[in-house]
Ligand binder design. Structure first.
Ligand code: FES
Ligand SMILES: [Fe+2]
Length: 357
Protein backbone atom coordinates (compact mmCIF):
# COMPACT_ATOMS: atom_id res chain seq x y z
CA UNK A 1 0.00 0.00 0.00
CA UNK A 2 1.27 3.44 -0.86
CA UNK A 3 2.32 5.65 2.03
CA UNK A 4 0.28 8.26 0.19
CA UNK A 5 -2.98 6.33 0.38
CA UNK A 6 -5.56 8.29 2.36
CA UNK A 7 -6.88 5.96 5.00
CA UNK A 8 -10.26 7.37 5.81
CA UNK A 9 -13.80 7.20 4.55
CA UNK A 10 -16.22 10.03 4.00
CA UNK A 11 -18.53 10.33 7.05
CA UNK A 12 -21.17 12.15 5.00
CA UNK A 13 -21.46 9.54 2.28
CA UNK A 14 -24.75 7.78 1.77
CA UNK A 15 -23.09 4.76 0.21
CA UNK A 16 -21.41 1.79 1.83
CA UNK A 17 -17.75 2.51 1.13
CA UNK A 18 -15.97 -0.55 2.50
CA UNK A 19 -17.21 -2.86 -0.25
CA UNK A 20 -16.32 -3.94 -3.78
CA UNK A 21 -18.22 -2.31 -6.63
CA UNK A 22 -17.94 -2.83 -10.36
CA UNK A 23 -16.35 0.29 -11.84
CA UNK A 24 -16.31 -0.65 -15.54
CA UNK A 25 -16.29 -3.63 -17.87
CA UNK A 26 -12.74 -4.79 -18.67
CA UNK A 27 -13.08 -3.68 -22.31
CA UNK A 28 -13.78 -0.08 -21.33
CA UNK A 29 -10.09 0.50 -20.60
CA UNK A 30 -7.79 -0.64 -23.37
CA UNK A 31 -4.36 0.45 -24.59
CA UNK A 32 -3.67 4.05 -23.60
CA UNK A 33 -7.19 4.95 -22.49
CA UNK A 34 -7.38 7.42 -19.61
CA UNK A 35 -10.99 7.00 -18.59
CA UNK A 36 -12.50 9.72 -16.38
CA UNK A 37 -15.25 8.31 -14.20
CA UNK A 38 -17.25 9.52 -11.21
CA UNK A 39 -18.22 6.87 -8.65
CA UNK A 40 -19.92 7.57 -5.33
CA UNK A 41 -19.35 11.27 -5.91
CA UNK A 42 -15.57 10.88 -6.31
CA UNK A 43 -13.77 11.76 -9.53
CA UNK A 44 -11.45 9.01 -10.74
CA UNK A 45 -9.29 8.20 -13.70
CA UNK A 46 -8.93 4.56 -14.76
CA UNK A 47 -6.22 3.16 -17.00
CA UNK A 48 -3.86 0.21 -17.45
CA UNK A 49 -0.21 0.40 -16.44
CA UNK A 50 2.51 -0.95 -18.71
CA UNK A 51 1.91 -4.51 -17.44
CA UNK A 52 -1.78 -4.26 -18.37
CA UNK A 53 -2.93 -4.07 -14.76
CA UNK A 54 -5.93 -1.83 -14.15
CA UNK A 55 -5.33 1.26 -11.99
CA UNK A 56 -7.70 3.83 -10.46
CA UNK A 57 -6.42 7.20 -9.25
CA UNK A 58 -8.04 10.38 -8.00
CA UNK A 59 -8.61 12.46 -11.11
CA UNK A 60 -7.13 15.77 -9.94
CA UNK A 61 -3.52 16.85 -10.07
CA UNK A 62 -2.50 18.14 -6.62
CA UNK A 63 -0.97 21.26 -8.22
CA UNK A 64 -3.90 23.02 -9.96
CA UNK A 65 -6.43 20.19 -9.93
CA UNK A 66 -6.32 19.61 -13.67
CA UNK A 67 -7.99 16.23 -14.29
CA UNK A 68 -5.19 13.73 -14.80
CA UNK A 69 -7.36 12.18 -17.50
CA UNK A 70 -6.37 15.25 -19.62
CA UNK A 71 -2.73 14.18 -19.42
CA UNK A 72 -1.05 11.18 -20.99
CA UNK A 73 0.43 7.83 -20.09
CA UNK A 74 4.22 7.73 -19.89
CA UNK A 75 5.72 4.35 -19.03
CA UNK A 76 2.61 3.23 -17.11
CA UNK A 77 2.35 6.48 -15.11
CA UNK A 78 0.13 9.52 -15.79
CA UNK A 79 1.82 12.75 -16.74
CA UNK A 80 -0.26 15.83 -15.96
CA UNK A 81 -1.17 17.84 -19.07
CA UNK A 82 -0.38 21.22 -17.46
CA UNK A 83 3.14 21.11 -15.94
CA UNK A 84 4.13 17.47 -16.20
CA UNK A 85 3.91 16.14 -12.62
CA UNK A 86 3.79 12.38 -13.13
CA UNK A 87 2.02 9.84 -10.90
CA UNK A 88 2.52 6.09 -10.70
CA UNK A 89 -0.11 3.41 -10.02
CA UNK A 90 0.14 4.02 -6.25
CA UNK A 91 -0.56 7.71 -6.74
CA UNK A 92 2.99 8.72 -5.88
CA UNK A 93 4.65 11.53 -7.86
CA UNK A 94 7.64 10.03 -9.67
CA UNK A 95 8.68 13.03 -11.76
CA UNK A 96 8.38 16.77 -11.16
CA UNK A 97 9.91 18.64 -14.11
CA UNK A 98 11.66 21.91 -13.22
CA UNK A 99 11.35 21.26 -9.45
CA UNK A 100 14.68 19.66 -8.67
CA UNK A 101 13.11 17.46 -5.99
CA UNK A 102 9.68 15.90 -5.80
CA UNK A 103 7.49 17.88 -3.36
CA UNK A 104 6.62 15.75 -0.34
CA UNK A 105 2.88 16.26 -0.71
CA UNK A 106 2.75 15.55 -4.42
CA UNK A 107 0.46 12.55 -4.49
CA UNK A 108 -3.07 11.54 -5.45
CA UNK A 109 -5.27 8.90 -3.90
CA UNK A 110 -4.96 5.42 -5.38
CA UNK A 111 -7.91 3.02 -5.11
CA UNK A 112 -7.58 -0.78 -4.87
CA UNK A 113 -8.84 -2.47 -8.05
CA UNK A 114 -9.21 -6.12 -9.07
CA UNK A 115 -10.06 -7.50 -12.50
CA UNK A 116 -12.38 -10.49 -12.29
CA UNK A 117 -15.28 -11.89 -14.37
CA UNK A 118 -14.54 -9.46 -17.22
CA UNK A 119 -15.14 -6.56 -14.84
CA UNK A 120 -12.94 -4.07 -13.00
CA UNK A 121 -13.90 -4.01 -9.32
CA UNK A 122 -13.01 -1.04 -7.12
CA UNK A 123 -12.84 -0.47 -3.37
CA UNK A 124 -13.86 3.09 -2.47
CA UNK A 125 -13.36 2.85 1.30
CA UNK A 126 -10.41 2.23 3.59
CA UNK A 127 -7.80 0.55 1.36
CA UNK A 128 -6.35 -1.49 4.23
CA UNK A 129 -9.66 -3.40 4.39
CA UNK A 130 -9.79 -4.28 0.68
CA UNK A 131 -9.85 -8.08 0.62
CA UNK A 132 -10.38 -9.47 -2.86
CA UNK A 133 -11.73 -12.75 -1.53
CA UNK A 134 -14.83 -10.74 -0.58
CA UNK A 135 -15.74 -10.16 -4.25
CA UNK A 136 -18.98 -11.98 -5.06
CA UNK A 137 -18.39 -15.60 -6.02
CA UNK A 138 -20.03 -16.25 -9.38
CA UNK A 139 -20.98 -19.88 -9.49
CA UNK A 140 -20.20 -21.60 -12.80
CA UNK A 141 -18.40 -18.58 -14.31
CA UNK A 142 -15.62 -20.88 -15.53
CA UNK A 143 -17.87 -23.88 -16.13
CA UNK A 144 -17.79 -24.71 -19.87
CA UNK A 145 -21.26 -26.24 -19.62
CA UNK A 146 -22.69 -22.79 -19.06
CA UNK A 147 -23.09 -20.09 -21.71
CA UNK A 148 -22.16 -16.49 -21.02
CA UNK A 149 -23.48 -13.40 -22.78
CA UNK A 150 -21.35 -10.41 -23.59
CA UNK A 151 -23.40 -8.24 -21.22
CA UNK A 152 -23.38 -4.49 -21.20
CA UNK A 153 -23.62 -1.27 -19.26
CA UNK A 154 -26.34 1.33 -18.97
CA UNK A 155 -26.12 4.66 -17.25
CA UNK A 156 -29.34 5.38 -15.47
CA UNK A 157 -30.32 8.79 -14.08
CA UNK A 158 -31.74 7.41 -10.85
CA UNK A 159 -30.61 6.67 -7.31
CA UNK A 160 -28.96 3.25 -7.28
CA UNK A 161 -31.44 1.83 -4.77
CA UNK A 162 -34.32 2.27 -7.23
CA UNK A 163 -32.46 -0.22 -9.41
CA UNK A 164 -32.11 -2.62 -6.46
CA UNK A 165 -35.81 -2.17 -5.66
CA UNK A 166 -36.63 -3.06 -9.25
CA UNK A 167 -34.37 -6.12 -9.22
CA UNK A 168 -36.13 -7.42 -6.08
CA UNK A 169 -39.55 -6.96 -7.66
CA UNK A 170 -40.66 -9.85 -9.89
CA UNK A 171 -44.11 -8.32 -10.30
CA UNK A 172 -43.03 -5.33 -12.41
CA UNK A 173 -42.45 -7.60 -15.41
CA UNK A 174 -46.24 -7.82 -15.86
CA UNK A 175 -46.36 -4.11 -16.70
CA UNK A 176 -42.90 -2.97 -17.72
CA UNK A 177 -41.85 -6.02 -19.79
CA UNK A 178 -45.22 -6.97 -21.26
CA UNK A 179 -43.79 -8.15 -24.59
CA UNK A 180 -40.84 -10.09 -23.17
CA UNK A 181 -40.86 -11.40 -19.58
CA UNK A 182 -44.58 -11.14 -18.68
CA UNK A 183 -46.67 -14.31 -18.49
CA UNK A 184 -49.88 -15.40 -16.84
CA UNK A 185 -49.40 -15.13 -13.10
CA UNK A 186 -46.78 -12.36 -13.09
CA UNK A 187 -49.48 -9.86 -12.08
CA UNK A 188 -50.83 -11.65 -9.06
CA UNK A 189 -49.09 -14.83 -7.82
CA UNK A 190 -47.93 -14.08 -4.23
CA UNK A 191 -44.25 -13.47 -3.53
CA UNK A 192 -42.13 -15.37 -0.99
CA UNK A 193 -39.59 -13.20 0.88
CA UNK A 194 -36.49 -14.63 2.59
CA UNK A 195 -33.63 -13.01 4.45
CA UNK A 196 -30.20 -14.34 3.59
CA UNK A 197 -26.91 -13.70 5.34
CA UNK A 198 -25.86 -11.20 2.66
CA UNK A 199 -29.20 -9.84 1.48
CA UNK A 200 -32.73 -10.77 0.50
CA UNK A 201 -34.47 -13.19 -1.89
CA UNK A 202 -37.92 -12.64 -3.40
CA UNK A 203 -39.26 -15.61 -5.34
CA UNK A 204 -42.32 -17.47 -6.55
CA UNK A 205 -43.32 -20.44 -8.66
CA UNK A 206 -45.94 -19.78 -11.31
CA UNK A 207 -47.40 -23.06 -12.49
CA UNK A 208 -48.98 -24.34 -15.68
CA UNK A 209 -48.56 -21.35 -17.96
CA UNK A 210 -47.52 -20.62 -21.52
CA UNK A 211 -43.89 -19.42 -21.41
CA UNK A 212 -43.37 -15.67 -21.86
CA UNK A 213 -42.28 -14.53 -25.35
CA UNK A 214 -38.61 -13.91 -24.44
CA UNK A 215 -38.15 -17.50 -23.26
CA UNK A 216 -40.55 -19.40 -25.53
CA UNK A 217 -38.05 -20.13 -28.29
CA UNK A 218 -35.15 -20.73 -25.89
CA UNK A 219 -36.71 -23.62 -23.97
CA UNK A 220 -35.74 -27.21 -24.82
CA UNK A 221 -39.40 -28.34 -24.62
CA UNK A 222 -42.80 -27.10 -25.75
CA UNK A 223 -46.17 -26.86 -24.05
CA UNK A 224 -47.13 -25.59 -20.63
CA UNK A 225 -44.40 -24.80 -18.12
CA UNK A 226 -43.82 -24.16 -14.43
CA UNK A 227 -41.78 -21.01 -13.95
CA UNK A 228 -39.57 -19.98 -11.00
CA UNK A 229 -38.77 -16.29 -10.62
CA UNK A 230 -35.94 -16.03 -8.08
CA UNK A 231 -34.71 -12.48 -7.40
CA UNK A 232 -31.79 -12.12 -5.02
CA UNK A 233 -29.91 -9.00 -3.96
CA UNK A 234 -26.56 -9.12 -2.18
CA UNK A 235 -24.98 -6.30 -0.15
CA UNK A 236 -24.24 -3.68 -1.15
CA UNK A 237 -25.60 -3.69 -4.68
CA UNK A 238 -25.43 -6.89 -6.74
CA UNK A 239 -28.63 -8.53 -7.93
CA UNK A 240 -29.01 -12.04 -9.35
CA UNK A 241 -32.25 -12.84 -11.14
CA UNK A 242 -32.58 -16.55 -11.80
CA UNK A 243 -35.19 -17.87 -14.19
CA UNK A 244 -36.03 -21.57 -14.16
CA UNK A 245 -38.49 -23.30 -16.49
CA UNK A 246 -39.59 -26.92 -16.25
CA UNK A 247 -42.31 -28.92 -17.94
CA UNK A 248 -45.57 -28.43 -16.09
CA UNK A 249 -45.91 -30.80 -13.19
CA UNK A 250 -42.20 -30.75 -12.29
CA UNK A 251 -42.02 -27.33 -10.58
CA UNK A 252 -43.23 -26.70 -7.09
CA UNK A 253 -41.62 -25.40 -3.99
CA UNK A 254 -37.97 -26.02 -4.56
CA UNK A 255 -35.18 -25.40 -7.04
CA UNK A 256 -33.67 -28.79 -6.14
CA UNK A 257 -34.18 -32.13 -7.90
CA UNK A 258 -35.68 -30.64 -11.05
CA UNK A 259 -35.59 -32.59 -14.35
CA UNK A 260 -32.33 -32.72 -16.34
CA UNK A 261 -33.79 -30.65 -19.16
CA UNK A 262 -34.83 -27.76 -16.88
CA UNK A 263 -33.99 -24.40 -18.44
CA UNK A 264 -31.96 -22.10 -16.22
CA UNK A 265 -30.78 -18.58 -16.79
CA UNK A 266 -29.00 -16.39 -14.25
CA UNK A 267 -28.87 -12.70 -14.92
CA UNK A 268 -26.20 -10.82 -12.91
CA UNK A 269 -26.61 -7.10 -12.26
CA UNK A 270 -23.83 -4.96 -10.77
CA UNK A 271 -25.13 -1.63 -9.59
CA UNK A 272 -22.66 1.18 -8.84
CA UNK A 273 -23.65 4.65 -7.65
CA UNK A 274 -22.23 7.58 -9.60
CA UNK A 275 -23.90 10.06 -7.27
CA UNK A 276 -27.26 10.43 -5.54
CA UNK A 277 -29.16 10.57 -8.84
CA UNK A 278 -27.20 8.51 -11.29
CA UNK A 279 -25.94 4.97 -11.50
CA UNK A 280 -23.84 2.66 -13.61
CA UNK A 281 -25.66 -0.60 -14.30
CA UNK A 282 -23.46 -3.48 -15.54
CA UNK A 283 -24.87 -6.89 -16.38
CA UNK A 284 -24.34 -10.28 -18.03
CA UNK A 285 -26.20 -13.55 -18.20
CA UNK A 286 -25.37 -17.19 -17.64
CA UNK A 287 -27.48 -20.00 -19.07
CA UNK A 288 -27.47 -23.78 -19.36
CA UNK A 289 -29.18 -24.52 -22.71
CA UNK A 290 -27.84 -24.24 -26.31
CA UNK A 291 -24.71 -22.76 -24.83
CA UNK A 292 -22.63 -22.89 -28.02
CA UNK A 293 -25.30 -21.39 -30.27
CA UNK A 294 -24.25 -17.83 -31.19
CA UNK A 295 -27.81 -16.90 -32.19
CA UNK A 296 -29.04 -17.81 -28.70
CA UNK A 297 -26.21 -15.86 -27.07
CA UNK A 298 -27.02 -12.74 -29.10
CA UNK A 299 -30.76 -13.10 -28.59
CA UNK A 300 -30.37 -13.32 -24.83
CA UNK A 301 -28.04 -10.35 -24.74
CA UNK A 302 -30.14 -8.11 -26.95
CA UNK A 303 -33.39 -9.17 -25.25
CA UNK A 304 -31.90 -8.24 -21.89
CA UNK A 305 -30.61 -4.91 -23.17
CA UNK A 306 -34.06 -4.04 -24.53
CA UNK A 307 -35.72 -5.00 -21.24
CA UNK A 308 -33.22 -3.04 -19.14
CA UNK A 309 -33.84 0.02 -21.32
CA UNK A 310 -37.53 -0.39 -20.43
CA UNK A 311 -36.54 -0.40 -16.75
CA UNK A 312 -34.31 2.64 -17.26
CA UNK A 313 -37.17 4.75 -18.62
CA UNK A 314 -39.38 3.87 -15.65
CA UNK A 315 -36.69 4.30 -12.99
CA UNK A 316 -35.49 7.67 -14.26
CA UNK A 317 -39.09 8.92 -14.06
CA UNK A 318 -39.45 7.36 -10.58
CA UNK A 319 -36.31 9.16 -9.38
CA UNK A 320 -37.64 12.48 -10.70
CA UNK A 321 -41.09 11.85 -9.24
CA UNK A 322 -39.81 10.81 -5.81
CA UNK A 323 -37.51 13.85 -5.71
CA UNK A 324 -40.50 16.14 -6.15
CA UNK A 325 -42.96 14.37 -3.87
CA UNK A 326 -45.00 16.59 -1.56
CA UNK A 327 -46.46 13.86 0.66
CA UNK A 328 -45.20 10.47 1.88
CA UNK A 329 -45.45 7.83 -0.80
CA UNK A 330 -47.39 4.61 -0.55
CA UNK A 331 -45.61 1.26 -0.17
CA UNK A 332 -47.23 -1.97 -1.37
CA UNK A 333 -46.82 -5.61 -0.37
CA UNK A 334 -44.62 -6.09 -3.42
CA UNK A 335 -42.10 -3.68 -1.83
CA UNK A 336 -41.47 -5.85 1.24
CA UNK A 337 -38.31 -7.50 -0.14
CA UNK A 338 -36.83 -4.21 -1.31
CA UNK A 339 -37.60 -2.54 2.01
CA UNK A 340 -35.88 -5.36 3.90
CA UNK A 341 -32.82 -4.98 1.70
CA UNK A 342 -32.72 -1.20 2.20
CA UNK A 343 -33.00 -1.65 5.98
CA UNK A 344 -30.14 -4.17 6.06
CA UNK A 345 -27.96 -1.91 3.95
CA UNK A 346 -28.67 1.17 6.04
CA UNK A 347 -27.61 -0.76 9.17
CA UNK A 348 -24.23 -1.43 7.50
CA UNK A 349 -23.85 2.18 6.34
CA UNK A 350 -24.66 3.49 9.82
CA UNK A 351 -22.19 1.05 11.42
CA UNK A 352 -19.51 2.18 8.97
CA UNK A 353 -20.10 5.82 9.88
CA UNK A 354 -20.01 5.02 13.62
CA UNK A 355 -16.73 3.18 13.18
CA UNK A 356 -14.93 6.34 12.07
CA UNK A 357 -16.18 8.71 14.79
S1 FES B 1 -1.72 21.27 -12.77
FE1 FES B 1 -0.70 19.37 -12.86
S2 FES B 1 1.36 19.85 -12.84
FE2 FES B 1 0.38 21.78 -12.71
FE1 LIG C 1 -37.15 -5.05 -15.25
Amino acid sequence: MSRYAIKYINPDAEFLQNAWYVAVQSGEIINDTLLPLTLMGEKLVLYRDNTGKAVALENACPHRKLPLSMGKLVGGAIQCGYHGLTFDALGQCVNAPTQGIIPDNAFVRSYPVVEKYGLIWIWMGNPTLADETKILDIKDYDNPDWGLTEGGMLECRCHYLYLLDNLLDPSHVAWVHKTSFASDGTEDVPLVIENTEAGVVVSRWINSIDPPPYYAELLPFSGKVDRLQYYEAVMPSVAINMSTYVRTGFGGNSDENLPEDSYRMRSYHFITPIDAHSTRYHWFQHYNTNTSDEFVRQKLNEGARTAFEEDRVILEAVDAGMSEKRRPNLDLRLDIGARKFRRKLSVLIDAEKQSIH
